[in-house]
Design a protein around this ligand. Structure first.
Ligand code: GAR
Length: 201
């Protein structure tokens, strides 16, 4: 039996696509059983549908805010027998109430070398804007376990990416995705899925 994975998304879903494409290749110990979005228009939902993966959309404003959202999320994950959760461009910070239910069972991809350019307020293009503004010559991506501290959980994997003269946040974002995120996330998904299988034997 493969580990049942839920991927949580908010936007374009290129990291979700990398996970879908890795199934049966890099990702063999786990299967993407569900995609959950907190945004109705997320293109990631189309990617999931094309791959035949069930989707659920949970909207904070319809669920009475963060608490109602997390309660609905827990119910959805339980109903679907989810064992490992992957945050792939998921733009909501989860409370300790939620994260403590799944110790070392939630992973996140962040588009910088943590502890640089991370924590509250650092997400998406903002991370790359901050790296360029600071003038660092190397950035990258980090996959880490998720705990109650935003971007503060144990680091699983990191990959460095060079900044080039003339980079814009958009150009840099794309390079970090291609050279780091889309490689690291499927590898980490496999590692954590395998670990789950071993620990639940
Ligand atoms: C990715 O670069 C991901 O690392 C980042 O948002 C982008 C989502 O793209 N996540 C964060 O900033 C989380 N703090 P995608 O929807 O195409 O995967």
């Amino acid at each position: 039996m493969k580990t049942k994975i839920a991927v949580l998304v908010s936007g374009g879903g290129t990291n979700l696509q990398a996970l879908i494409d890795a199934q049966g290749k890099t990702l063999v110990s786990g299967e993407i059983a569900l995609v959950v979005s907190n945004s109705a228009g997320a293109y990631a939902l189309e990617r999931a549908k094309k791959a035949g993966i069930p989707t659920v959309t949970l909207l904070k404003k319809e669920l009475g805010g963060q608490e109602g959202f997390e309660a609905a999320l827990v119910q959805t994950l339980e109903d679907n027998g989810i064992q490992v959760i992957i945050l792939a461009g998921f733009m909501t910070i989860l409370s300790e109430h939620f994260t403590s239910r799944y110790p070392r069972r939630i992973i996140n991809i962040h588009p910088s070398l943590i502890p640089s350019f991370c924590g509250e307020g650092y997400y998406g293009l903002r991370v790359h804007q901050a790296a360029l503004a600071r003038g660092v010559k190397l950035t990258g991506a980090t996959v880490h376990f998720v705990n109650e501290i935003p971007d503060g959980g144990e680091i699983i994997a990191q990959k460095a990416v060079a900044i080039q003269p003339g980079d814009t946040p958009e150009i840099l974002q794309r390079r970090v995705m291609e050279q780091a995120e889309w490689i690291l996330l499927p590898q980490a998904a496999e590692e954590v899925s395998k670990l789950y299988m071993e620990e639940s034997r």
